[in-house]
Design a binder for this molecule. Structure first.
Ligand code: IMP
Ligand code: MG
Length: 187
């Protein structure tokens, strides 16, 4: 513990870095309910397939899908992460392929956070080659100031500043994914 830093009960100290609450569990869950209701309307009768990007999206996918009241399927891609860093390495590696056949299907990509847009751009190109009937993206978080790729996020939970966040599926060196709220690195 750093003796020079004051840490309140709801703050998280990682080495010398302090994370403070940004989005509470209540706020996240009520927004996810709204997104689920919107998707329920938009995908009525379309038998969509929701494709999560592992690892980060596992918790969002699980909560979102509970509010989607249409017949649907789910599958996952797994991409390489940032490793232990807070900044993207700038390249993506596919660690797990899709198992489902998305040809002629209505695809909804489920992401935890869109930062530069590199990962979504990569996934969109992969899925496009499989000729889906349609393809949309839902992301719990988007950092609009960080976007470097031309991607359209169709359903956004929250727009957040260009700062590193953890919790609710999002990791820092693979840790803190189990937190129910989202915390931001304080400067
Ligand atoms: P992008 O490819 O630059 O858009 O980054 C997307 C991926 O990087 C996300 O799916 C996350 O796994 C990870 N990521 C981006 N920003 C953060 C963050 O603030 N905290 C934790 N992971 C992040
Ligand atoms: Mg991710």
């Amino acid at each position: 513990m750093d003796e020079n830093k004051e840490v309140k009960a709801d703050e998280i100290l990682v080495g010398n870095e302090k994370f403070i609450p940004m989005l509470t569990e209540e706020k996240i869950q009520s927004r996810i309910k709204e997104l689920g209701e919107k998707l329920t309307k938009d995908y009525h009768g379309k038998f969509p397939i929701f494709i999560g990007i592992l690892n980060g999206s596992f918790m969002f996918m699980s909560d979102l899908i509970k509010h989607v009241d249409v017949s649907c399927e789910i599958d996952f891609f797994k991409l390489s992460s940032y490793g232990d860093a807070k900044i993207s390495s700038g390249n993506v590696k596919l660690l797990k392929e899709l198992n489902a056949d998305v040809n002629d299907r209505h695809v909804v990509i489920v992401e935890d956070i869109v930062d530069s847009g590199l990962s979504i751009n990569y996934i969109e190109r992969l899925i496009n080659e499989l000729k889906p009937a349609s393809m949309k993206v839902v992301s719990l978080l988007v950092k609009p100031e960080s976007l470097k790729y031309n991607v359209k996020i169709d359903y956004i939970g929250f727009e957040i500043p260009d700062k590193f966040v953890i919790g609710y599926g999002l990791d820092y060196a693979q840790k803190y994914r189990n937190l129910r709220s989202i915390y931001v690195l304080s400067e």
